[in-house]
Design a protein around this ligand. Structure first.
Ligand SMILES: [Zn+2]
Length: 330
């Protein structure tokens, strides 16, 4: 180990080559910190010179990453019915239904068998089960997995998708909502998903949209970088290539629901860093629920032109007949 590598390892950091293609050549885009929760550490965002993946290096080691997920980390959401504000219940419900419908639109049969990877507190699994699906969840964070089990009685396997024991070809749909950007080995995760799918089955993902207006406006304060929890950000072409490498063919690729929350989270971070005085005056206004309404058409337009904050992508495993035809044709 070099002295720099040794010092980093003591701080719970490691350097990495591209987590997709393994190439060492890269351009450093900028240095970055944990702007959302303020956990100490300095990281750098790199762009791979070979495949174009955007990734963090140095980044936390697997042993140290847990400290960057405080209990207040927002994806550990309680049940929608426990939400105090009616507006919030309505918005969360709407997003959930959109996700379910998008999965059902592409699934080879419905209801079928669903695996929700990074299922967190089980909100989406519960929705799918209500629609008749047989559901299984995988979740690394014990408290979230326990909540899903205790609150909804859901079957959640605690652990890493790459390590848990699940039978190959046993699911019709696998969802990875806001998950891939957190993984240390995103290409291996996609391969594993393909292995677990039945022929004709689909994988559905949501991820920060590299092509978003938000990234262009807010730069390193864009919530899509969310260092150091997001270890990679996937430009559209890179992601499509990775799915193809895993044997999956993209069938849907768009912005599915308004990125209002991601936009204001980035805006708040940017304001705090750039003009703290204005941030203090504007923040109560930004957080006022009614402010969203007049801006709704703007976010719908951004989604329509593919510049919304969140990308939704569905890819299919070829069914056995198509795979057979392809083999005989080549
Ligand atoms: Zn690469």
């Amino acid at each position: 180990m070099t002295p720099i590598a040794e010092a980093r390892s003591a701080a719970g950091l490691e350097s990495t080559d591209c987590p997709n293609c393994g190439a060492a050549e890269r351009a450093t885009l900028f240095e970055i910190e944990d702007y959302l929760y303020g956990v100490e550490g300095r990281f750098a965002v790199q762009r791979c010179g070979n495949c174009g993946l955007v990734y963090l290096s140095p980044r936390p080691t697997r042993a140290a990453i847990g400290r960057y997920y405080p209990p207040s980390y927002s994806p550990y959401r309680p049940a929608i019915q426990d939400e105090r504000s009616a507006a919030m219940r309505w918005m969360r419900r709407r997003k959930l239904v959109k996700r379910r419908q998008a999965v059902e639109r592409h699934a080879p049969r419905r209801p079928g068998d669903l695996l929700d990877v990074g299922c967190s507190t089980g909100i989406f699994m519960d929705e799918m089960r209500s629609a008749g699906w047989r559901v299984t969840g995988v979740e690394m964070v014990r408290e979230a997995a326990e909540y899903a089990h205790a609150r909804f009685g859901l079957p959640v396997v605690e652990g890493d998708l790459l390590e848990v024991g699940l039978a190959p070809q046993s699911f019709d749909a696998i969802t990875l909502f806001d998950v891939l950007e957190h993984t240390f080995e995103p290409a291996a995760v996609l391969h594993r998903a393909e292995e677990l799918l039945r022929p004709g089955g689909i994988v559905a993902l949501t991820l920060p949209n590299w092509e978003s207006l938000d990234r262009r406006l807010f730069g390193k304060y864009w919530v899509g970088f969310d260092a150091p929890r997001h270890l990679s950000v996937f430009p559209r072409g890179v992601l499509v290539g990775m799915l193809e490498q895993a044997g999956l063919r993209v069938v849907d690729n768009r912005c599915l629901f308004g990125g209002y929350f991601t936009f204001i989270t980035s805006l708040r971070t940017w304001l705090r860093a750039r003009c703290p005085a204005a941030a203090r005056r504007l923040e109560p206004l930004i957080d006022y629920p009614g402010v969203r309404l007049p801006f709704e058409p703007f976010f719908m337009l951004m989604d329509r032109i593919g510049a919304g904050g969140i990308r939704f992508i569905v890819a299919r495993k070829p069914d056995s007949r198509a795979a057979h035809d392809q083999r005989s044709a080549s």
